[in-house]
Design a binder for this molecule. Sequence first.
Ligand SMILES: [Zn+2]
Ligand SMILES: [Zn+2]
Length: 395
Amino acid sequence: MNEILNMAINDMAGTSFDCSCGEHHTFDVKHISMGKGVLPDLLKFAEPFKGQPVTMISDNHTFDAAGSRVLKMMDEAGFDVNSHTFQTGDGILIPDEGVVGRVLMELRPNTGLIVSVGSGTLNDTAKYVSARTGIPYIIVCTAPSMDGYLADGAPLIKAGRKISFVATLPYAVVGDTDIMKEAPMHLIHAGFGDCLGKLTALADWYLAREIAGDKCCETCVTLVQRALDKLIANVEGIAKREDEAILALIEALNLTGVTMALVGISRPASGAEHMLSHFWEMDFIARNKFPELHGIKVGIATPIIAEIFEIMKDDIPDVAMELAPTKEECIDLLTKVGAPVLPTDIGIERDLFYNSIVGGYTVRNRYSVLQLAVDKGRIEEIAKTITDRIYGPEA
Ligand SMILES: [Zn+2]
Ligand SMILES: [Zn+2]
């Protein structure tokens, strides 16, 4: 029972066990290799697909970071690889119809494997195309920027709207810390922000279990918590790109991914802080503004949700309150890694901010501290208090 608690992340691939939550969990990824200098493991994992066409996708940033090495390595090992690199200049790739369509057009008949070299968009695109074509994919991670490497959801932009498609888990994941620690610092900050959000997500999960009777898996809570403890213990090393700190960040992101796959929902990874982030993102997309990286927004939203926990503490069961971080703790952690802290740092205006607190609970049908505040009739008052604190009293 709960064997996974004693496993290293690289051993979790293919695991299946009876859990104390009453479920039998399975984790359907064939291979995981995370660590220093592990890039060549890709060849071992891809071996069964030798002799079939392989398509590699990247963008100009990720091609330079790892794609050129992957291509050379696979060519020399005798794989039949065609490579497509999206040219985005200094910009970032947006996962829309054009990108998904282009990847489909690059597939040759009877393609056996997709190798995606990248993070957010390239990961989501590969996952989606894999789900629709049945062609397995291997992801070569280039940045510790989000928790989706080991998750099966693919958020994509369709007709200008963000939609979370259920896609598929990777066949294998290769995360070489030598590559990931060189990622742009903004991506590292995003990964940290996405992890920070797990602190309030877990508290929300307990809250939902206590108040709304939601199912909760303690094994998953423990896995995520342990990874977060390790990350927080190493927080000073993030800004300096220290090996151990970057590995702790990658592990925290990926362990969260594992837990999402185990329970089949995003509960261990996403609570009210993600609702605020999505609310801001939808508004930015609707106005054609750059929506900022997912984890940057989640990081900024986390102290806000922690503050709501503090304001609502008399109505919150002790077990959930004990899990919730304090606002100060969250701000301190974001400051230590050098990530943006305030909504104003990424151009969120006063009205949007206020409306996101009041309406954040409508983003998805999931019980959270926002729903509790709505049910207790306190959401407007809370929104005003926090908005005034951040933006100053209304003129
Ligand atoms: Zn997230
Ligand atoms: Zn369980």
